[in-house]
Design a binder for this molecule. Sequence first.
Ligand code: ZN
Ligand code: ZN
Length: 400
Amino acid sequence: MRSTREMGAVNSEKQNAKENDPASASALFPSMVRHRRHLHQHPEVGLELPDTHAYIVESLKSLGYETEHHPRGGVSVTVGGSDPSATPMVFRADMDALPVEEPQGMSFRSVRSGAMHACGHDLHMATLLGVAEHFATHTPPRPLVFAFQPGEESDRGALNTLKHRNLNLEDATTFAVHVNAVLPSGSVHYSRDTFMAFGDWFDIALEGPGGHASAPERAGNPILAGSDITRAFVGLANELSEARARVVATVTEFLSGNTVNVIPTTAGLRGTIRTVTEAQRAELHRAMREKVIEIAEAQGLQATLTIHDGYPAVISDAAFIDRALNTFAAAGITDVHEMEHPSMVIEDFSYFLHRWPGAMVYVGAAVGESPAFNHSAEVLFDEDAMATALKLFIALTETP
Ligand SMILES: [Zn+2]
Ligand SMILES: [Zn+2]
């Protein structure tokens, strides 16, 4: 029996079978696969991605584009449209990999130990290069900007890319895809409102007198308080959750104590918050503060809770989605689904969507029957997803 990783490689070599595909997507597919595999083999993590950056710049230059590029701000190009007064459209691809060790098994496995394109950003870049290749020989109906940004995973790289002169646009719409390793390959998934969650994080410091382990009644116990807080946060999250708007408040780190017979004086907790609406987010933050004080005071402890703002939610523009759905249908893209609830992951494409209306959608890229999700070392992405994504981008340029 083939291993799943081998199946992934085999699945990825289906481009030969695509020769009869009428869409322009098939003509561009082999070069997208070539780009994807090169980028997959040479992943870089963070904001400074010198090799990835150089590869994108060279690829765009070889297609005849003039690039704007900044060492920590990515690469962009502008394409003139046949109607220069039409609203420009900004397409974005992220460039960074994750600090994950890729297992053996893929012919184009990462050559860099401790770095892997486990979120599929290699497919995003390769697809946008495919779009650029298409428009190197076709004039789009509207001006376009292709933006390649570094540092999506945790560095708010979008904010650097948005400073490009190419992106100094009053009026525009914006669009991006994210490949999803557990959704059926080639399927498209959208939301009319929140597509991905708000992601904040918190830390809590608990402090008390400490004491002898045999006399808990004489000493507030920060471990006990920390445990109560951990459980209470789950309760708060459940109370605020709605069918289409789940809430998460998870303690992921708990440090305290150093021996068996002393109640420690301190504990430190950290964790993740995910919410779907601004109102829910404000309410959860308020309730968490109240709960921490209540639990700490009841046990005679001092407490501080600090909540750090993370990425804002990725929120689709409903009017843009409606126009996009019509365009997709006209282009024969029919495997399109409205999501039941937002994805609880986060994405800094939210900063693009703060500037202009638009949307991000998932394109399914599952391989095999029990696929691993994005960020897992075991994750595989079906390269066919790029053909679907390419069609979405090209069709969208025609949206009225
Ligand atoms: Zn990711
Ligand atoms: Zn990602």
